[in-house]
Design a protein. Structure first.
Length: 412
């Protein structure tokens, strides 16, 4: 009789097998092959790494151009477990050439597995022992999901109170819809929507953590003075160059999101050779700008930008490969709640002749935002398995419950 052991249960199985206690950690490191992709490796180094991985008992996939050194740099795919990578690291440390020291630094960072956290400007620390939920409060009349629109301070406070009671760790307040095809609002209008809401929520719930969804530096600065704690910039500090100075001076954490273009035209800019690799490189590059100013991973959160300059397949690919970002030192946020890709995927059932939302079988339609709850929960589950640290959602209670249950299953 045989049965496969889930990686989450490996520790339990080793202990109950009766192996020597000191061996458990060693065996855990051998229990799972984890593919690692290394980018822009000098070709001689790629050939060396392949041989060392083979010698260690792992493997390394290299393009056909590597063996003849026909190109100067290649991407490679390492195939190994913790033991293989530790052996590789030991060997590479003896080789100070062909750019290998840079690979050593990356490998050391990967193997260190330092717990992630976000430090607020007032000294409070958001720890990610569990996936945290960010509740969406839109003080806009035109956000794509009507259920998230809150007009008037009383409605905002009611929503904030409910979300906090349901387990939201962060409240994200935004005053401009950035849905595909939308036009920007004037800075004065966004300011008039956002600042009263931020001030009122902080006054009513002084212990809350408030994220302000804006790409305008002046508003971000004012919002932080009114009680905001985190800047959520969908442009990753590219729309307003002054945002870098605001983040530097206020010492507040910033969420850097990937997109191309602006909301009006971004869906015409969905060209990628490898969307996962390109999004990852872009976000790490934006974070590196802040690192040069001594702003480290405890002040930066990365968001792959689901629905921003990506088609459905690209969105799904990014959700499938969240660990491309989560393997790095920065906390990662997934914001997929009720977005169009969910509606398109579930609406595609119509093409199979199934009746969805009362429509005629045989036609393809997208489920409206109101019918995308289950799909949203699926993306949150993917976030848990992908190692994300936060999810930004419209429905706090349901997502918190899913996370708690799934984490309980994984940790038992």
């Amino acid at each position: 009789m045989l049965y496969e052991v889930n990686p989450d249960a490996l520790h339990y199985e080793l202990e109950h097998l009766g192996v020597y206690k000191a061996s458990v950690a060693i065996l855990l490191g051998k229990g799972q092959i984890v593919p690692l992709k290394a980018l822009h490796v000098r070709t001689p180094a790629a050939n060396i790494i392949k041989q060392e991985m083979l010698a260690a008992g792992g493997d390394c996939a290299t393009p056909g151009t590597a063996i003849t050194c026909a190109v100067s740099h290649v991407d490679i795919l390492l195939l190994g477990n913790q033991k293989h990578y530790k052996t590789l690291l030991y060997k590479l440390k003896q080789m100070p050439y062909f750019g290998i020291p840079e690979i050593v630094t990356d490998l050391e960072s990967y193997l260190a597995d330092v717990p992630k956290c976000t430090v607020l400007a007032d000294g409070r620390v958001l720890r990610y022992d569990s996936v945290k939920v960010m509740g969406i409060i839109n003080v806009t009349p035109d956000s794509f999901y009507a259920g998230s629109r809150k007009n008037g301070i009383d409605a905002v406070l009611e929503q904030a109170e409910r979300m906090l009671a349901e387990g939201a760790a962060i409240l994200d307040i935004g005053g401009e819809s950035t849905r595909p095809g939308s036009d920007p609002v004037k800075a004065e209008e966004e300011r008039a929507r956002v600042l009263p809401a931020v001030s009122a929520v902080k006054k009513a719930f002084p212990g809350s953590i408030i994220s302000v969804d804006t790409y305008r530096a002046a508003l971000a600065k004012e919002a932080m003075e009114q009680g905001g704690d985190i800047i959520n910039d969908v442009s990753a500090m590219t729309a307003d160059k002054a945002m870098i100075e605001v983040v530097t001076k206020t010492k507040v954490p910033v969420i850097l999101m990937h997109r191309k273009g602006v909301s009006k035209d971004m869906q015409q800019q969905c060209e990628y050779k490898n969307v996962v690799q390109e999004v990852t490189e872009y976000l790490l590059g934006r974070a590196a700008i802040l690192a040069e100013r001594q702003i480290g991973p405890d002040k930066v959160i990365l968001d792959p930008g689901i629905g921003f300059a990506k088609n459905d397949e690209q969105n799904l690919r990014l959700i499938q490969n969240l660990n491309a970002l989560t393997v790095n030192a920065y906390p990662v946020l997934l914001a997929a709640s009720r977005k169009a890709t969910i509606g398109n995927v579930l609406g595609a059932e119509m093409a199979e002749g199934k009746s969805v939302a009362g429509n005629v079988p045989g036609t393809v339609t997208s489920l409206p935002p109101e019918e995308r709850m289950e799909g949203t929960l699926a993306t949150t589950a993917a976030a848990v398995y992908g190692g994300a640290n936060l999810v930004r959602v419209h429905d706090v209670k349901e997502n918190v419950r899913l996370i708690r249950m799934l984490e309980a299953i994984r940790k038992v």
